[in-house]
Design a protein around this ligand. Structure first.
Ligand code: NAP
Length: 244
């Protein structure tokens, strides 16, 4: 079905991005993952994708950089050709702190990676999607962006920004047959949440389904949106009911 088509997944080396990459590889997409430094994890993901019979490569690129993202898209086109159909903007970081004490650098780095990073990647792939009259974009937001979260002013702002970016992009590119949606996860077991334990009953009380989510829960929603040609501008919560 996806033979000869390429999917780009930022932050594809670990966590949610890895699971999304493996699911797309299982559907037959060639996979280009973008990561920033963890080569061992990236190599593992690439090897797992290749086992599914597709071509897979990993690219080191800081998504916060306009120039680096421009260069990485050019490299991916050189390696995979122009039949790029999917972009999943998943790379993200946290630098939590109370707003009264938050360092300017922590605000800037979270906004740069989480929000500008998604802009950069869309900016450098949009012309190709328009030319191909085909493209599916999914951006990873968060319930923190929908509800706000104390101690995460920078992260919540970046993830709320993703919602606006998603809807504006969806409206702008819809006439060209391109969709753009977002997934807003709640608490998902990954490296990002390794300091959160489910022994914390206060946390569990905030989750109606009574448990943290798994990367597979989020990947299923991403794949659903990527395979839904008549859904655009949607924000799909995968949060066990937190933000209902
Ligand atoms: P994770 O396990 O910490 O993995 C983060 C990924 O992003 C890694 O592949 C990392 O690359 C990459 N990355 C970080 N900074 C980057 C940069 N500047 N340029 C390129 N790649 C970069 O995170 P996760 O939990 O899977 O989260 C994935 C997405 O879901 C994030 O956007 C996060 O905000 C969102 N989310 C997560 C949760 C949760 O509970 N886990 C909840 C809501 C939303 P390296 O491996 O090279 O470091």
């Amino acid at each position: 079905m996806a033979e000869g088509k390429t999917a780009i997944v930022t932050g594809g080396s670990r966590g949610i991005g890895r699971e999304v990459s493996l699911r797309l590889a299982a559907l037959g997409y060639d996979i280009a993952i973008v990561y920033v430094g963890d080569e061992n994890e990236a190599t593992d993901t690439i090897n797992e994708c290749e086992k599914k019979g597709v071509k897979a490569r990993a690219y080191v690129c800081n998504v916060a950089s306009f120039e680096e993202t421009k260069a990485v898209i050019a490299d991916i086109r050189k390696d995979f050709g122009s039949n790029i159909e999917i972009l999943v903007n998943n790379a993200g970081i946290t630098r939590d702190g109370l707003i009264a004490f938050m360092k300017e650098s922590d605000w800037d780095s979270v906004l740069s990676v989480n929000l500008k990073g998604a802009f950069n990647m869309i900016r450098h792939t949009a012309a190709l999607f328009i030319k191909n009259r085909c493209g599916r974009i999914v951006n990873i937001s968060s319930v923190s962006g929908l509800m706000g979260n104390a101690g995460q002013a920078n992260y919540s702002a970046s993830k709320a920004g993703i919602v606006g970016l998603t809807k504006a992009t969806a409206r702008e590119l819809a006439p060209k047959g391109i969709t753009c949606n977002a997934v807003a996860p709640g608490f998902i077991h990954t490296d990002m949440t390794k300091n959160i334990t489910e022994d914390n009953s206060e946390l569990l009380k905030t989750i109606p389904l009574g448990r943290m989510g798994e990367v597979s829960d989020v990947a299923s929603a991403v794949i659903f949106l990527l395979s839904s040609p008549y859904i655009t501008g949607e924000v799909l919560r995968v949060d066990g009911g937190i933000a209902m």
